[in-house]
Design a protein around this ligand. Structure first.
Ligand SMILES: [Zn+2]
Length: 150
C-alpha cells in the first residue's frame, strides 16, 4: 500500500497497455484523467474512449490487476463521461507510435503508415473495431486501419 504518491500510480498505469493497441499504454491513450489521494485511497478518474467500445471493461480490469499485483489495494476507479474523450488527448508521441505500429493516427488527413502517402481510399467506415476505419493506399496499395478522429 502506497501512501499518497500519485506519481508512482501514474508510473504503474503507464505500463498497462491499451487492450486493442498493445504498443500504447492507457496513460498515453489519454483515458486516465486524474489521480487523487483522498481519505487514504487513490481516486483514479477514467474517461472511456468510445462509449460502445468493448475495451472499456477490459482496461478497467487491466488497471485493477496491475495495481493489485504491485501491492496497491487502496484505490477506486471513477468513470467520467463529460467532457467526452477525444483523440486530441493523444500526444504527438503517441500518434507516432501508432504510425510505427501500422495504424494511421487520428488526423483530418488519413496517412498510409507504410509509405506516408495521403492518397488513400476508404474501404469501410469500420475496421477490426468500431474505433477504426479501413483504408487502402493508392500508392503502395497496402490496406491499413485508421484510428478515427473524434
Ligand atoms: Zn502507402
Amino acid at each position: 500500500m502506497l501512501n499518497g504518491n500519485t506519481d508512482k500510480i501514474w508510473e504503474l498505469l503507464n505500463t498497462v497497455p491499451d487492450p486493442e493497441i498493445p504498443v500504447i499504454s492507457v496513460v498515453e491513450l489519454g483515458v486516465i484523467r486524474n489521480i487523487e489521494f483522498i481519505n487514504d485511497s487513490y481516486l483514479i478518474s477514467i474517461t472511456p474512449t468510445y462509449s460502445g467500445c468493448p475495451a472499456v471493461k477490459t482496461f478497467q480490469d487491466d488497471i485493477k490487476t496491475c495495481l493489485t499485483n504491485n501491492g496497491v489495494d487502496n484505490f477506486e476507479l471513477k468513470l467520467i463521461y463529460s467532457p467526452a474523450w477525444t483523440t486530441d488527448w493523444m500526444t504527438e508521441k503517441t500518434k507516432e507510435k501508432l504510425l510505427k505500429y501500422g495504424i494511421s493516427p487520428p488526423s483530418k488527413t488519413v496517412i498510409c503508415p507504410q509509405c506516408k502517402s495521403t492518397s488513400t481510399t476508404t474501404i469501410s467506415d469500420f475496421g477490426s473495431t468500431a474505433c477504426k476505419s479501413f483504408h487502402s493506399c493508392n500508392d503502395c496499395l497496402e490496406p491499413f486501419e485508421h484510428f478515427k478522429c473524434i
